[in-house]
Design a protein around this ligand. Structure first.
Ligand SMILES: Nc1ncnc2c1ncn2[C@@H]1O[C@H](COP(=O)(O)OP(=O)(O)OP(=O)(O)O)[C@@H](O)[C@H]1O
Length: 311
């Protein structure tokens, strides 16, 4: 739809001087200022404008609102940090928060696959990235969307910080919570990210093995040094129940993370079992937290939501 007087008048009739309508290349770009509006009124305005201007790029802004950034981090790779970040974001959204997901994992951005939106690229309006909608009510911006698929990312520090800034400062609209999937490890990249974007708190993910827990301790130390509170530790890949014989086993040990949390005097948020269902659903872009049968991620999200509300 091209920009014309009828369109501008239709948008003005809905949003008055809250709307700025501009030609944006071939398309129309509309910025809505929702400062001071209740969430319901904000949504109604956005929907009405979208209906009146089909095909337009619409972004909703508000005066800087308190948006909590939750970092999900691990000391080492492959412990399920991305899986936890995706499912925590979805479970928080199902519990009523307005959640966006930032995939800052420069070494292996996997959120587009986990959320089933691989290959979708974000559009930009006035240099601000518009998060990609996902079927799970959690919009996403990922490092993976900024580079060619399959290309290795070998970025230097400043480039990484610049790209991360674009993700965190995207057009998140009404989101009150951003879950940030950090790269694994405790190097300079992580430290810069943490110092620059000051998360409200951090969730640390570990498997029960001693080695993973030693690395998790380093991650905890990094946040504590940067003055970021630890929301708690999650033990992933805890306990395996054989789908054939029903026998339970502990391939990575048992209870290590809970004991480590007690020793470090940080909250233990809970366990995520090692199951084939979590692996296959995740690989298929069908996050288990979105299922009505989820009993694993909802209780973790409830603890994180409580923490946010009482901090
Ligand atoms: N609880 C679980 N049960 C079964 N499989 C799991 C579980 N958690 C994670 N996985 C699987 O383990 C693999 C690694 O998980 P994931 O990518 O989330 O780890 P990560 O810590 O983010 O890794 P990276 O270091 O690559 O960022 C994935 O194939 C994922 O589906």
């Amino acid at each position: 739809m091209a920009l014309n007087g009828t369109l501008a008048a239709a948008v003005a009739a809905i949003a008055g001087d809250r709307a700025t309508v501009r030609a944006d290349g071939e398309r129309v770009g509309i910025v809505l200022d929702a400062t001071g509006l209740a969430p319901g009124a904000r949504d109604a305005m956005e929907q009405a404008v979208r209906a009146a201007a089909p095909g337009a790029r619409v972004i909703v802004t508000a005066e800087r609102q308190a948006r909590a950034l939750i970092a999900v981090a691990s000391g080492k790779g492959g412990v399920g940090k991305s899986t936890l970040a995706a499912n925590l974001a979805i479970a928080l959204a199902r519990a009523g928060r307005r959640v966006g997901l930032v995939d800052a994992d420069i070494y292996g951005p996997s959120q587009p696959r986990l959320l089933g939106v691989e290959g979708t690229r974000p559009e930009a309006l006035e240099k601000q990235l518009i998060p990609v909608a996902t079927p799970w009510g959690v919009p996403l911006l990922s490092m993976g969307q900024l580079v060619e698929p399959g290309r290795a990312i070998a970025w230097r520090g400043p480039m990484t910080a610049g790209a991360l800034g674009q993700l965190v400062e995207g057009a998140w609209g009404a989101a009150d919570t951003l879950v940030l999937d950090l790269p694994p490890g405790t190097g300079d990249v992580q430290l810069t990210m943490v110092q620059k974007y000051r998360p409200a708190g951090a969730v640390i993910v570990s498997t029960p093995q001693d080695l993973a827990l030693i690395d998790a301790t380093r991650a905890i130390d990094l946040f504590q040094k940067a003055g970021v509170p630890i929301i708690g530790l999650v033990e992933n890949m805890a306990g395996y129940v054989c789908p054939h014989c029903g026998q339970a086993s502990d391939p990575f040990g048992h209870g290590g993370a809970e004991a480590a949390a007690a020793k470090l005097d940080i909250p233990f948020l809970g366990r995520v079992p090692l199951t084939l269902a979590i692996r296959t659903a995740s690989d298929a872009g069908d996050p288990p937290a979105a299922s009505p049968d989820d009993t694993v991620f909802a209780p973790l999200a409830a603890k994180v939501a409580d923490w946010l509300e009482t901090r």
